[in-house]
Write a protein that binds this ligand. Structure first.
Ligand code: UD1
Ligand code: UDP
Length: 377
């Protein structure tokens, strides 16, 4: 029995990684017509993921501009999605997480009275400006959502605290674990992108991109890295630099050409995940890495003052260190010098799922479409 048409909308690298398992799972259901629309708020970094997971979007709004701002992404996504939604008239729109694409797509669907399903629902810091604009993007998306797929019990509790109806929430695990487990292989061979890196060193994997860290905070972070490589001759910093020119310019100015600091282009997810797997520790302001690295048993120092992912902090494998040079230096030094401190954090834990989140989500989507048809006849 034909169940209906669902449109999956995403726009950035992490959304693509976390939506790929859902798209793949949906495409296995012959009774659902799946339409994939990318806003391409990211371009190269999105395309890397689409290639890896062999996803061919039905619509590509090709929005990305150099130095785009929140207004231009929102306006472009809203008007592009209006056209696509008017043409396709899906029965359901599925969005992910907390980007500006997420909020614009939920709003566009709402304006057309199309129900929204939100994957990775319910993450909260309760601080409007941290992370910015993600905290409000996901909170507002939550208000527009019919089906909330919460990765953990904590995210479910957050939704309940906002008076979200209990029967609209499902705890599914995070689809990032589905993606990660599908990628990691025992016999993976590292390619040319790692030429020149001494893999026998203890590798510190670094990524930074958060808007609230732009400028002086980023300088503090990079200064701490310089001090650490100076002090520890047996470490190397591997830093695939986000394409954002704001991040690039500071990273290149401060770190380019420094011994044992390797600035790389954004890596494809496959080499990146395996790099994480052989790293000694991860220093990052990313959201996704706080979920992936604990699953691989890697300690994570988070360059932020707040996190919407408290589960791994509670379990002891993720620590919030903020962005002060001294604090980053001291916390990293502790892990590099004290094996007991390191062992306390380096435990594989997986509060974010078992790799079956996408299956659970699609099962609920099928039920939703089925009941909807029943209500129409
Ligand atoms: C966006 C999301 C953020 C998410 C992050 C993941 C918003 C407001 N921000 O932040 O929530 O955590 O993605 O990485 O939704 N660029 C390229 N090529 C690319 C991607 C980006 O050149 O493939 C450059 C462009 O100059 C672009 C800039 O990066 O203007 C910023 O991209 P944007 O999506 O606005 O912000 P991010 O910091 O990537
Ligand atoms: N990632 C990647 N290549 C890189 C850096 C990160 O594939 O060079 C992956 C990483 O494994 C994670 C996601 O991109 O799944 C995180 O993206 P980002 O940090 O840009 O966004 P956030 O998770 O903070 O929204």
């Amino acid at each position: 029995m034909y169940l209906g048409k669902v449109m999956v909308v995403f726009g950035t690298r992490p959304e693509a990684i976390k939506m790929a398992p859902v798209v793949k799972e949906l495409q296995k259901v012959p009774d659902i017509h799946t339409v994939v629309t990318v806003t391409a708020q990211h371009r190269e970094m999105l395309d890397q993921v689409l290639r890896l997971f062999e996803i061919q979007p039905d619509y590509d709004l090709n929005l990305m501009e150099t130095r785009q701002d929140l207004f231009s992404i929102t306006i472009g996504a809203l008007s592009g999605l209006k056209e696509v939604l008017e043409k396709e008239k899906p029965d359901l729109v599925i969005v992910h997480g907390d980007t500006t694409t997420t909020l614009a797509a939920s709003l566009a669907a709402f304006y057309m009275r199309i129900p929204v399903a939100h994957v990775e629902a319910g993450l909260r810091t309760r601080n409007k400006y941290s992370p910015f604009p993600e905290e409000m993007n996901r909170t507002l998306t939550g208000r527009l959502t019919e089906l909330h797929f919460a990765p953990t019990d904590t995210s479910r509790e957050n939704l309940l605290a906002e008076a979200t109806a209990e029967f609209k929430i499902w705890v599914t695990g995070n689809t990032v674990i589905d993606a990660l487990l599908s990628i990691i292989k025992d016999d993976y061979q590292f390619g040319r992108e790692f030429d020149g890196i001494d893999m026998s060193k203890r590798l510190i994997l670094v990524t930074t991109h958060r808007r609230e860290n732009w400028g002086e905070r980023m300088r503090e972070i990079y200064q701490a890295l310089l001090e650490l490589v100076e002090e520890f001759p047996d470490i190397a910093v591997v830093f695939p630099v986000h394409k954002n020119p704001v991040v690039r310019s500071i990273a290149e100015e401060m770190l380019s050409g420094k011994p044992r600091i390797h600035l790389l282009e954004p890596l494809d997810y496959e080499p990146f995940a395996h790099l994480m797997n052989i790293s000694y520790l991860v220093v990052t302001d990313s959201g996704g890495l706080q979920e992936e690295a604990p699953a691989l048993g890697k300690p994570v120092l988070v360059l932020r003052d707040t996190t919407e992912r408290p589960e791994a902090v509670t379990a002891g494998t993720v620590k919030l260190v903020g962005t002060s040079r001294r604090k980053i230096y001291e916390e990293t030094k502790k892990l590099l010098s004290d094996p007991r401190e390191y062992d306390k954090m380096a435990r594989a834990i997986n509060p974010y799922g078992d790799g079956k989140a996408a299956r659970r989500i699609v099962r609920e989507l099928i039920s939703f479409l089925y009941v909807r048809i029943g209500a129409q006849v």
